[in-house]
Write a protein that binds this ligand. Sequence first.
Ligand SMILES: [Zn+2]
Length: 241
Amino acid sequence: MSQLIRCRKCDEVFMRTPFDQYPLYSNDQDHPIEKFQFIEKDDFKDFLNLHQGHPLERLDIIEDSFVSEKAYFEPVKTSFFKATNGKEKFVVKKFRERIDEPVKYQLIFGDYSLKCATIEIQSEEITKQLKREIFPPPSQTQIDAFLKLYQHMVNEKSSHPLKVYYKLDDFHLMYLLRNCHNIFKGSDYSRMEEFIHRHRDDGVLLLKASFKIQITERIKGEEKALFPVSNLKEEKVAIKK
Ligand SMILES: [Zn+2]
């Protein structure tokens, strides 16, 4: 189990993982092997030396709070998670600027939320699937018109790394179906209607949304009033691709 240690004076944090510790086995008969001690790797010793006499506390990492701007297997990235000492909530920034650098942790007073940045449709997949499933296949003009209609419902901006797929809500489904009457007639429409229903829940019509991590900082010393509105400082985290 990893442990996050905070120095309350300096507001620095240290992440202890089981890999930071070497087991020390005892040959002493009076102290059997199960009672082995752990000795810390130098990093944690350095942290303890640096913060000697300062009040230290353990922070609990809040489960499922981890967000990252890149996939988890990317070595150079910035991630955030939430931690608490039972009274206050913090954001911990985990980052590394170069692949050969150790991971660093930075304590931020505040919270974060995810803000939807863009929504895209899966144009290529929809085109492919329309040609494969509908016979006779819709004309390119019809396909283009359909994609244009679908995209019109959502707005397209530059893409961001935190992606989530979600399905169209009922309101927009009705809008899409109603407007498809302008593109497809008769049996063409019926086939298109079936296609839409088939792909809405778990198919190519799923919408691709991307999120931006938005950090809300608060000023230290305002612990009693959590996130007072007057002290809120909003900072948008620039996400580099
Ligand atoms: Zn300290």
